[in-house]
Design a protein around this ligand. Structure first.
Ligand SMILES: O=C(O)C(=O)C[C@]1(C(=O)O)C=C[C@@H](O)C=C1
Length: 482
């Protein structure tokens, strides 16, 4: 089954999810007016999303394994639908906070159900779920355009919410009638038992991936939260250049996802890719914070989006699930929970750091990027050593099988030698026949497909014939005593 319809719906879901991530911030002025709150209080409502995600990931991850992916996904879609349809009409700030929490819950339901489903669809490209990140970025790219065109045409801001609600609704009906792949826990357990990793190594990789989930999410939020202010206040760029930096970051992100998807399809090593991308992120971050030249800043912002927001977090999740395939849902929940801790703590941490200046606030992101890079380097080496031992044991297993065949053939050869020995004894011929040995060695050389190996084969055959002579001498002794 190709699951084309299912995949299309899942991708569309993430496009809407991308819109949901920024829809409140994009309409904050109008929403704030509805709630009759100052801007500072209005933006406080945004923190509800982080709270909802943090609280829901574990439960929904667990439910995704126990009850089913489809059910959890539909729950998430209902939650998003409610959020979109109620938000533009709501005039109460407490309800607005509740709706933000609901959006967070919807987000965790989507992740807990969708990523495991993608793995269970069993695509040839096991990293197909990385494209979900591209749809998030497209949603984040489209929404500001929709908001701006509504504004420019003097239309009601709430239409942006209604558009998203309608897509969710259509998708809900589609999902309702779509068959999901079978949950693969039984097969997965078997695979897990054959895993070449030791328990300790698995634990180490899991911890490093947990760290990476946090840092990879943190560096993105950190950057997007402070870059515009940094560009205006510290680098003294004009408003247009400063906002262009964020747009280039988004375009870089979409191109990054497509590049990663392509490279993984071409069997490029996932762990190598993580190291490479982390290093590019780190380097471009250093350039952004140290060089005050618009063109260079733009290139660095693009490269940062290309490397840091390119689905690297999703690669980490794929590695984690491959390591522990039994409970995909709960693992996805735990993994993204570390990410949502980042979305919760980064605004707090950077808020404190900004007391020392915006420069300090943005530059500290370099430390997070270094920690993330060290984590992926650790993961890379953990996989590398396993692959080596893995190859070694596979090759030795092959040698064992070949040896078994060789000994079987040697057995037959010695049986033939027994007959030769008997014939020679009857005609009183000597055991050693140098002419015949030379013949055998010449034939062996001609059988060999490699000139390099021929002398080694000759050596082996001389050994076989020496053993053959010893064996014949033994036979003659017994025969002579008869
Ligand atoms: O062909 C023979 O005359 C053998 O005894 C067999 C054999 C061999 O093992 O191939 C062993 C000893 C001889 O020197 C030559 C060949």
């Amino acid at each position: 089954m190709s699951h084309g319809k299912l995949k299309t719906s899942l991708f569309l879901n993430y496009l809407v999810h991308g819109m949901a991530l920024i829809i409140v911030a994009q309409n904050i002025k109008e929403l704030g007016a509805n709630w009759a709150t100052p801007l500072a209080t209005a933006s406080y409502v945004l923190s509800g999303v982080g709270l909802g995600r943090l609280g829901a990931y574990l439960i929904l991850g667990y439910l995704s394994d126990k009850i089913g992916r489809k059910q959890v996904l539909m729950l998430g879609m209902l939650a998003y639908f409610t959020f979109f349809i109620v938000s533009p009409f709501n005039h109460n700030v407490t309800i607005a906070y509740g709706l933000s929490i609901l959006a967070g819950v919807a987000n965790s339901a989507f992740d807990s159900a969708t990523y495991p489903t993608f793995l269970e669809i069993g695509d040839k490209n096991k990293f197909a779920s990385i494209l979900l990140k591209a749809f998030i970025s497209i949603g984040e790219f489209i929404l500001p355009l929709v908001v701006a065109s509504l504004h420019n045409n003097g239309m009601w801001f709430g239409w942006s919410f209604i558009v998203a609600a309608v897509i969710v609704l259509i998708n809900f009906v589609t999902i309702l009638t779509t068959k999901f792949p079978k949950q693969q826990s039984a097969i997965a357990e078997e695979v897990a038992q054959q895993s070449p990793f030791s328990v300790n190594k698995k634990r180490l990789i899991a911890i490093l991936l947990g760290v990476y989930s946090y840092t990879s999410m943190a560096i993105m939020i950190w950057f997007t939260q402070w870059i515009s202010l940094f560009a205006i206040d510290i680098l003294h760029y004009d408003a247009l250049t400063s906002h262009t930096l964020i747009s280039l970051y988004s375009v870089g992100s979409i191109l990054g996802v497509l590049s990663i998807f392509f490279l993984l399809k071409k069997e490029f090593s996932a762990t190598k890719l993580l190291v490479l991308m982390s290093m590019i992120s780190l380097m471009s971050l250093i350039v952004v914070t140290q060089v005050a030249q618009p063109t260079i800043s733009m290139m660095a912002a693009f490269l940062f989006g290309f490397s840091a927001a390119s689905g690297v977090m999703q690669i980490g999740l794929n590695l984690l699930i491959q390591l522990f395939p039994q409970n995909k849902g709960i693992l996805t929940g735990i993994y993204f929970m570390f990410g949502s801790i980042a979305s919760f703590t980064v605004p707090l941490i950077t808020g404190k750091l900004s007391q020392f200046g915006i420069q300090v606030a943005l530059q500290s992101n370099i430390i997070v990027a270094i920690i993330g890079t060290l984590a992926v380097i650790g993961i890379y080496f953990a996989y590398k050593t396993v692959h080596q031992t893995d190859n070694l044991s596979a090759s030795r297993e092959k040698i064992n099988q070949i040896d078994q065949q060789i000994v079987g053939l040697l057995q037959q050869r010695f049986e033939a030698v027994t007959a030769v020995s008997e014939a020679k004894r009857q005609t009183a011929k000597p055991v050693f026949d140098p002419k015949r040995e030379q013949q055998v060695l010449t034939k062996i050389t001609s059988y060999s497909q490699s000139d390099k190996l021929a002398p080694h084969f000759k050596k082996i055959y001389q050994g076989i014939m020496d053993a053959s002579k010893d064996y014949q001498t033994e036979l003659n002794k017994i025969g002579g005593n008869k």
